[in-house]
Design a protein around this ligand. Structure first.
Ligand code: SF4
Length: 357
């Protein structure tokens, strides 16, 4: 049962898309998210002069501390939260992490969330490493869509970028997901100058061959090492130019104004390319997203500097009506946009692996 009034912020944007992080744990150490490997340290050390306040990640941060179990929302709490958001008109639900497949018994959570009235789209973002084992149970539990990360098709480069020799597993996961009928099969590639940008044409050709929906994503300042630098960002328009050197691309008319990707197809209709350019071409004007972290904090923007403690209200015996009213109030305070590249930009305390993209 959805309430009459949609969930709207003070800029008139209607929120329809909830992203729920189910764990902060990850089995990868992607250089643009958890830059905690020696490769990451070397990359940032060689690519950018040491900023006075910062040094590349040192040994000590590798022993990352994950959030204790009692701080994470239980499946019951996540289900209740999603039901509440669904009554406020949220229709699209994406499960994220860290790496969501590391959350124990995840198919059971999917089974709880899939039938919630109002949720018409249940998707998940994964690095694909564990999907060979969990893909079928997740599909049978009701998962509708899956997106995998794939930043390189070169095994050694993949290992450098993710801290894990995981390319074979990800390719196996793509095959399994296709067999399980996940379509369109989405793949995300974060592009970093001097690291994998030379692979743009190859990744695009791979998407065309495998009929994948590939998104090239600009590198965002949300990594745990605060190593992000503007000069490492390959702007969306440059990615497009480099693609056009190899492919004739036809623009796709957006079906939903809140889409984050601009999309193109190939002449033979196989596969699709998208570019998500939050740094160089922000799309905040049509943002319809809100996020819930694994430890129960609502973030009204990916770059929020403030969070709202839903967990305390869920555990504090607050009524559904009171929580619904509170969610409406905090949504009115949703940020207009991010301020990347501006003097006042401040990177949030919480890094991408604890937000979930
Ligand atoms: S930066 Fe914030 S406002 Fe902009 S699109 Fe992302 S979540 Fe929305």
């Amino acid at each position: 049962m959805t309430t009459a009034l949609p969930l709207r912020d003070s800029y008139g944007r209607v929120l329809r898309d909830l992203r729920v992080s189910v764990t902060d744990r990850c089995n990868f150490r992607c250089l643009y998210c958890l830059p905690e490997t020696e490769e990451a340290a070397n990359f940032y050390r060689t690519r950018a002069p040491l900023r006075p306040a910062q040094s590349p990640p040192s040994e000590s941060v590798i022993l990352r501390e994950w959030k204790p179990r009692h701080e994470l929302l239980t499946f019951e709490e996540i289900e209740r939260a999603v039901r509440l958001f669904a009554t406020l008109g949220i229709q699209k639900l994406r499960l994220t992490g860290g790496e969501p497949l590391l959350r124990n018994d995840l198919p059971n959570l999917v089974r709880r969330l899939a039938p919630i009235p109002g949720i018409s789209d249940l998707a998940l973002t994964s690095n694909g490493f564990l999907f060979p084992r969990l893909g079928r149970p997740l599909r049978e539990a009701g998962l509708q869509r899956i997106s995998f990360s794939l930043d390189s098709l070169d095994r050694e480069q993949f290992r450098k970028m993710t801290g894990r020799d995981g390319l074979p597993s990800v390719l196996t996961s793509l095959d399994l997901a296709a067999q399980l009928g996940f379509a369109p099969l989405k793949v995300n590639a974060v592009v970093i100058r001097g690291l994998n940008d030379q692979e743009i044409p190859r990744l695009a050709e791979f998407a065309r061959e495998r009929r994948l929906s590939l998104r090239f994503i600009e590198f965002m300042p949300l990594d745990s090492g605060r190593a992000w630098l503007r000069e490492l960002v390959v702007p969306g328009r440059e990615i497009l130019e480099r693609l056009r050197e190899h492919h004739t691309l036809t623009p796709v008319t957006p079906t939903n104004p809140s889409e984050t990707a601009r999309r193109w197809t190939f002449p033979d209709g196989r596969g699709e390319i998208g570019i998500i350019a939050p740094v160089s071409e922000p799309f905040c004007g049509h943002c319809n997203r809100i996020r819930l972290t694994a430890d129960g904090q609502i973030r009204t923007c990916l770059f929020s500097l403030h969070e709202h403690d839903l967990r305390a209200r869920l555990r504090g015996g607050e009524s559904d009506e009171d929580i619904l009213r509170w969610i409406r109030e905090i949504t009115l305070g949703k940020e207009e946009r991010h301020h990347i590249g501006e003097a006042e930009f401040e990177q949030p305390q919480r890094s991408m692996s604890c937000i979930g993209g």
